[in-house]
Design a protein around this ligand. Sequence first.
Ligand SMILES: *Cc1c(COP(=O)(O)O)cnc(C)c1O
Length: 509
Amino acid sequence: MDIEEFRKAGYQAIDRICDYYASLQERPVVSQVQPGYLVDALPSNPPEQAEDFNSIADDFQKMILPGITNWQHPNFFAYFPTACSLEGILGDLYSSSVSNPGFNWLSSPACTELEQVVMDWCAKLIGLGDHFLNKSGVGGGVIQTTASEACIVICVAARARYVRENPEAKLEDLVIYTTTQTHSLGVKAGLVLGLEVRALPVKPEDEYGLRGETLHQALAEDHAQGKRPFVLIGTVGTTSSGAVDNLEEIGEVLKEHPSIWLHVDSAWAGVAMACPEYRAFGKLDAINKYAESYDTNFHKASMRLNSWGLVNFDASMLWVRSRKNLTDALDVTPEFLRTKQHDAGLVVDYRNWHLGLGRRFRSLKVWFVLRRYGIEGFRKHIREGVELNEYFASLVRASPSFELVTTPSLALSVFRLTLPPSVSSELEGKDETTVRTAQNDLNRAFHTRISAHSDKIFLTQTMLNDTFCVRFAVGAQRTRKAHVDAAWELVQENAREATEEWLQQRTKV
Ligand SMILES: *Cc1c(COP(=O)(O)O)cnc(C)c1O
């Protein structure tokens, strides 16, 4: 492709991207293709001869787009909010245009220095303390691909620090602490590193957040058995229900155990701290006081509606109190990667702050987005997302057929159907398990039914201890009050049908 061909193909690509967004509302929310649809349709070998670019671009429209689940669709209420902004897309485009692996300062000084600057901007945006800033020269921030990878990086650094401080420790005795509500990133880190993971229990009466007392007990048990917990992955805003661990209590318990590293995963909720009124919810003070590291995904930062969102996938922001803990664990510098700027201590070489060597120029899209929105715009969008979820929660509260399982958490509500009055009275006096099983069955039937309409709406389910629930996560950039109203209609309609059918089956049995 020469430059003039690129110019034409580029204009066409932008046109098609614009058309895609303009027609988003008419597309199915969840891709409706069957497994193997693309594998069967594509040749099993690469083409022998070069193909015309137009036919390649056309195949994106014909073959790829139908297999895309439209996370930006206004009726997407599943998983967590995910972002994609036109500014972010342009940032990625410019980043591709200067494609380079940016692994050390010299390989492209702008890649490193822009990342240092935007990580400090983001830290200030959400209120992190000065000790997390790159400017501090001691702590600092780095963009990782995902929260899961950030968690592995942290476990590697925490393990190296622990073994340095406790040279007699055997690797097989090391334990990663999580809770039963921690994202699977904890288990993943354990698998990758070959380390035991212990999931501490949490209770419904604590809204599924970890308490200091539970941690204290677990530590006593494990230490008595010669085990060595070395890192605790705390969460602010679990994926399942938006639960928040009691970081104040945890921090106090860990004061007695300074070798244990506290990492806080706030992958989807963290950006809400851009608004001062959500900082108490986000446990900002405790994070600044106790956390050794903190991670939030700016690519999940799309709790907004009126306009295009924020940073598109991927941009997981990781901050550490001490950058030396990362580089002590991850610095490998073969001769060919040495530079005089690094040897002189003048520059940051981010390759020693993460797992890979090369890295994408992600700071560019963050920079574009933050400048286009400003702090004010960022806050506005977050507030709108939270308000919309509060609206949904108010509809649930007002309906006798539904209940909220936990207090709504920012842009996430966890709810379920209540048992119909006839079944409630039939089960009166029965044990808790029988009642819960019946309610779980009913809600499974409801979720199965609404999932059959995945072209129109997408909600995901979760288990909170033994309770089956349905999640409503606001976030797609075009979601407005009217979409929440329409979603609520669909929820009610499917609930009615599912309940009727479930009741019929019950009487048959
Ligand atoms: C989404 C999410 C993750 C995983 O994020 P990745 O960046 O995809 O690894 C981890 N923790 C929480 C709380 C999440 O919501």
